[in-house]
Ligand binder design. Sequence first.
Ligand code: NIG
Ligand code: FE
Length: 413
Amino acid sequence: MRKLFINIKTLVVGTNNRLAPLRGHDLGQLTLISNAWLYCENGLIHSYGSDNTFKTINADATIDCNGQFIFPAFIDSHTHIVFAATREGEFVDRIHGLSYEEIASRGGGILNSAKRLQKCTENQLFDDAYERALQQIRQGTGALEIKSGYGLTVVDEMKMLRVIARLKEALPIPIKSTFLGAHAFPVEFNQNHEGYIQCILNEMLPNIAAEKLADYIDVFCDKGFFSPLETSRILDTGAKLGLKPKIHGNELGITGGVQVAVEHKAISVDHLEEVGEEEIALLAKSSTIATVLPGTSFFLGIPYAPARRLVDAGAALAIASDFNPGSSPNGRMSFLVSLACIKMKLTPEEAINATTFNAACALELQHETGAIYPGNKANFILSKPISSLAVIPYRFGEDMIESVYINGNRFDA
Ligand code: NIG
Ligand code: FE
């Protein structure tokens, strides 16, 4: 199918860089084409240009964009959308003064989600996560990462990863799967952390690798969760099985998450609400992408990661939703673009690059998505009437999306 999109007021191409995440000044640079057209063939971007230079193209369908913007679809490089139940009770507990950590230490939090997930069937988990993913696509997300981590037993971690494998088949967007067995210590291992680590190393990981159920490995390396040493051991075994790390680190404390991530050449280290100059400097000279999750800071009322300082120091920055029932029950990327601008002082251009191309790099998808580039998937957003790009973050809480195109098709599900 050959489709020609004409009458585009501004085509936000993104970046022409194909290799590495954008850093420093480059993060603020977006290639824009005014009065543009965009031509797609068989679900892929073929070419684009300005004014009437499309005249020689012979398309099967021509779509009039009515003078609106086209943006690359968002990439959400960190989610936990496979879960069994929402946790609004804990949300109310926090309003009454309990902290996220206090709730977790009483058996709430991740352990609460694990208890619920263990009782839930694979089909039910699939149906619910599928609906969440559809909603995210409608809100402009064109690729996703999804983690396990609410199973915490061999059977239930495998169940979660199988659900993610089915989502990969059922959904029209690229999806990457991350094994996060080391998300919390189950109650029965409260006094025996080593026992659970042995279970991850000797039972979960070999089974998951044998069935090729994960693309990445993650550990919640933080205060009250996994130590850097424990994290290191898990990542070493993961590496032997071909799993590259993406780490949860420095959300609750400065406990060495960034250091262990960089040491293990993690693709990304995510959260970073609690970092000092040492961590920022380390990230600036490493290839590990600093992924910040402003929805989590907003929802939990914890500090925002110092995204501005990370960018200025030269770190590669991505922004993701962390969509999960406990700390960020929302996957709306345009709201995160608003938070990044309002709370983190990123420019709209920086926030868009951090939620598109740099986030694609955080999933090693930069050769197929994250920018309007010939050969990439035709996954993009057609905006509502907007006068400039800055209207996207300015109208916080609204998507300003007229329609979403996935593989060149208008997404109607
Ligand atoms: O990224 N911080 C660790 N894990 C998730 C939250 C998990 C939960 O509360 O269910 C996060 O915020
Ligand atoms: Fe997370």
